[in-house]
Design a protein around this ligand. Structure first.
Ligand SMILES: Nc1ncnc2c1ncn2[C@@H]1O[C@H](COP(=O)(O)OP(=O)(O)OP(=O)(O)O)[C@@H](O)[C@H]1O
Ligand SMILES: [Mg+2]
Length: 235
């Protein structure tokens, strides 16, 4: 399976979805980061192949033979990426699914609609597009907060939304970014940080253990949340 994460808006969670939602659930999938300005998933300690500007042709070639891939399309490259798919007619067929993260801001909701429309223009059918609501709080009303999107989905029927495909705000993502680690690595780490904390002699060691304990706790709920979202997308 090959999945692209895309949105004209930046800062919506594309890299978080690529590295923490998809990567741990798609073993052996290579992550391609189409980025020019901001850091892609390699900032989270994952191995990532960076594609820039004229490297799009090489990406199209690689997607042909790859069995699994995660493509994180940085906001500043979405336009070029779509152009590339248009040029390489039919190349969007090499990507099975498109995930579009969205956050509440009105501008982002607008950009999200434009992203969906652009994908549809190059021939991507609605069943291959999933919108993921990001930075949602547990007591939020997704339908109300993303009213612009739900309104349009109801009248146009050109795309479908599932309010349950929501990633909750969780500070673990920021912490993992700072610690350059990923959800997969945090979950797999079975170090006893409580014992380590007791044995710590320097402030640095203490701080590291405290941070790891916090991350491991936060990661449990994040993981359950992402499992559920993954199931909704790929049921
Ligand atoms: N559900 C969430 N809860 C808390 N923080 C989040 C969540 N999703 C993303 N973030 C944080 O928001 C910031 C933006 O996320 P991310 O880097 O994944 O966005 P992006 O769409 O890849 O941005 P860009 O367009 O710059 O590449 C990051 O610092 C990330 O840790
Ligand atoms: Mg990014």
């Amino acid at each position: 399976m090959k999945v692209a994460v895309i949105n004209f808006s930046g800062n919506v969670g594309k890299t978080v979805i690529a590295s923490h939602l998809l990567s741990p659930r798609m073993p052996d999938a290579k992550i391609f980061s189409v980025e020019s300005i901001n850091a892609g998933a390699d900032a989270d300690g994952l191995e990532v192949e960076k594609i820039r500007g004229k490297g799009f042709g090489a990406l199209a070639d690689e997607l042909l033979t790859a069995e699994k891939a995660i493509i994180d399309v940085g906001a500043s490259n979405v336009e070029d990426f779509l152009k590339m798919m248009q040029q390489y007619a039919g190349s969007h067929e090499d990507i099975d699914h498109f995930i579009i993260p969205v956050v509440k801001e009105q501008k982002v909701q607008k950009d999200t609609v434009n992203t969906i429309r652009s994908l549809q223009q190059i021939g991507v059918k609605r069943d291959r597009i999933s919108v993921v609501f990001n930075r949602v709080d547990v007591d939020d009303n997704v339908q109300a907060d993303f009213g612009a999107l739900f309104g349009l989905a109801a009248t146009e029927r050109s795309f479908r939304l599932n309010a349950a495909a929501a990633i909750y705000s969780n500070e673990v993502y920021e912490r993992m970014k700072a610690a350059q680690t990923s959800l997969g690595a945090v979950n797999a780490d079975d170090t006893d940080y409580r014992t380590k904390l007791r044995a710590a002699t320097t402030d640095e060691e203490k701080e590291h253990s405290v941070n790891m304990i916090a991350m491991k706790r936060l990661a449990i709920s994040a993981n359950e949340n992402l499992d559920a979202v993954y199931k909704i997308i790929f049921k």
